[in-house]
Ligand binder design. Structure first.
Ligand SMILES: Nc1nc2c(ncn2[C@@H]2O[C@H](COP(=O)(O)OP(=O)(O)OP(=O)(O)O)[C@@H](O)[C@H]2O)c(=O)[nH]1
Ligand SMILES: [Mg+2]
Length: 338
């Protein structure tokens, strides 16, 4: 049994659910008990034809309970596996809507009451869920219009807070645009990434990065340090989405500004990749003692990495800059007596 306020998407979702279970080889019947919305009967009848579900409704009846009884008999005679009951949303007031939902519930005794909530109401979703919960048990929630609102995340967390279980989400107007709700997958998508594991890996890389920065601040710096730093930064990938969630103080300062800008970010990634090739074509001795890298070594390194000597110098300049910075930090610490 589907319940919910006017326009939340009950009728559409009823058809989506029918489609979903028919695809999984169940015989599904749809019953329309809405006697308020003009055209509700035809709306669901047409959708039922579209998804190949059985349909029962009474176009001119004003008695939802009678329709329900007749509908249940009809579906049982036709041996359907799953009966989906659509209910009215439009009423003169909320109290009346809730009372009718309760009456239909008492008559149908459904195995499951699914509350249909429009995600565009955002954080008000919890209050709405709780209002319905006072009248009937809410077994699950179908959150609709997740495709058409920036408030989807708010609606989602709000429903979850109310204690209800989100089972499906609607992601478009078409009968196929329904997804089983999977919290992991959804959170990943909100973050704009493949999956949670890669998020965790990226966060680890940030931790590694702060560790390297600490070492650098303690004065241990050579090109190997830079190499480790680049490796961890590359693992971070195009990060702008996560970065919005993180305190920027966690990031090495020279990257804070760039990383928040997507275009600069992809240039930065490009540069990091180039630097990584350059470091790979250096000898261990050069990595540990960067000061021995003279013009002829620069030419050899550039050739090995497939870059220009200018690129190699750019990296060495970055190294020198870091080193100078470290020395300044050390000096100012000494001045402060720490
Ligand atoms: N974009 C989008 N639109 C949706 C979704 N679900 C429903 N809609 C649209 O929302 C509007 C209302 O849908 P209905 O299914 O008629 O809503 P209802 O709850 O049955 O409305 P009442 O019967 O008046 O209570 C329609 O225009 C649907 O196409 C969804 O997941 N995404
Ligand atoms: Mg409807």
């Amino acid at each position: 049994m589907l319940i919910g306020v006017e326009g939340s998407g009950k009728t559409t979702s009823a058809a989506k659910l029918a489609r979903f279970y028919i695809k999984r080889n169940l015989r599904v019947g749809l019953i329309e008990t809405d006697t308020y919305r003009p055209g509700a009967y035809h709306q669901l009848k047409q959708l039922a034809e579209k998804v190949n579900a059985l349909f029962y409704g009474e176009e001119n009846s004003k008695d939802p309970i009678a329709i329900l009884r007749h509908g249940l008999e009809y579906m049982q005679r036709n041996k359907v596996d799953l009966i989906i009951i659509d209910t009215a949303g439009r009423h003169r007031n909320e109290e009346e809507l809730l009372r009718e939902a309760k009456a239909i519930y008492d008559e149908a005794k459904p195995d499951e009451i699914m509350l249909v909530i429009d995600a565009t109401i955002g954080r008000q979703a919890a209050a709405q869920t709780e209002a319905f919960m006072k009248y009937v048990p809410i077994h699950s929630v179908f959150l609709t219009k997740m495709d058409s609102t920036a408030k989807a995340g708010g609606a989602l967390t709000s429903v979850i807070k109310s204690g209800a279980r989100i089972k499906f989400i609607g992601v478009g107007e078409d009968v196929d645009e329904v997804e089983v709700f999977d919290a992991n997958k959804y959170v990943s998508r909100l973050l704009g990434m493949g999956d949670l594991e890669s998020l965790i890996e990226r966060i680890r890389a940030i931790e590694e990065e702060s560790k390297i920065m600490e070492e650098i601040e303690e004065g241990k710096i050579n090109l190997l340090t830079i190499k480790r730093q680049i490796d961890s930064l590359m693992k971070l990938g195009p990060l702008s989405k996560i970065l919005e969630l993180l305190p920027t103080s966690m990031l090495p300062m020279q990257y804070r500004a760039v990383m928040l800008d997507e275009e600069k970010m992809s240039n930065a990634q490009e540069m990091l990749r180039r630097w990584r090739y350059i470091l790979d074509s250096m000898t261990k001795n050069e990595l540990l003692n960067p000061d021995i890298i003279n013009a002829s070594r620069i030419r050899r390194i550039a050739k090995g990495a497939g870059v220009t000597p200018k690129d190699v110098k750019e990296l060495l300049n970055y190294y020198q800059l870091m080193k100078r910075m470290v020395n300044q930090i050390k000096k100012s610490r000494r001045r402060l007596g720490s």
